[in-house]
Design a protein around this ligand. Structure first.
Ligand SMILES: [Zn+2]
Length: 117
């Protein structure tokens, strides 16, 4: 009934269940070799396409506050570190956009007042 597959530890030579990746007796990592395909590397850093010029377009669009905020909300938790970086810059630019707007409209309002006199 118990047909548990075991293999010999490459470190201490004891029988360990085949699904163990690390020997419970001596702690030696067990790879699938010599037979079978090489074990899939886990936790390997994922490669992402560089964003290139796209991010500069997004920065430009972020000066319109809502777009910058939306990019930030979408990408702030992205696994791609470049997107998270862009997201933070977009949020920053969104606020720069607000300040520019206030300054711009303020200047127009001031000019309007001066001409009104
Ligand atoms: Zn062992």
């Amino acid at each position: 009934m118990v047909d548990q597959q075991t293999r010999m530890c490459t470190g201490c030579g004891r029988q360990i269940p085949i699904e163990y990746n690390v020997c419970p007796h001596c702690g030696r990592p067990q790879n699938q070799a010599p037979y079978g395909p090489a074990p899939q590397p886990y936790g390997q850093p994922q490669q992402y396409e560089p964003m290139g010029a796209l991010k500069y377009l997004l920065y430009l669009l972020s000066l319109s506050f809502i777009i910058g905020l939306i990019i930030f909300l979408i990408w702030n938790n992205d696994p791609n570190p470049e997107k998270r970086h862009v997201a933070k810059n977009c949020l920053l630019l969104a606020f720069v956009g607000i300040v520019l707007n206030i300054v711009c409209w303020g200047a127009i309002a001031m000019a309007g007042l001066m001409f009104a006199w």
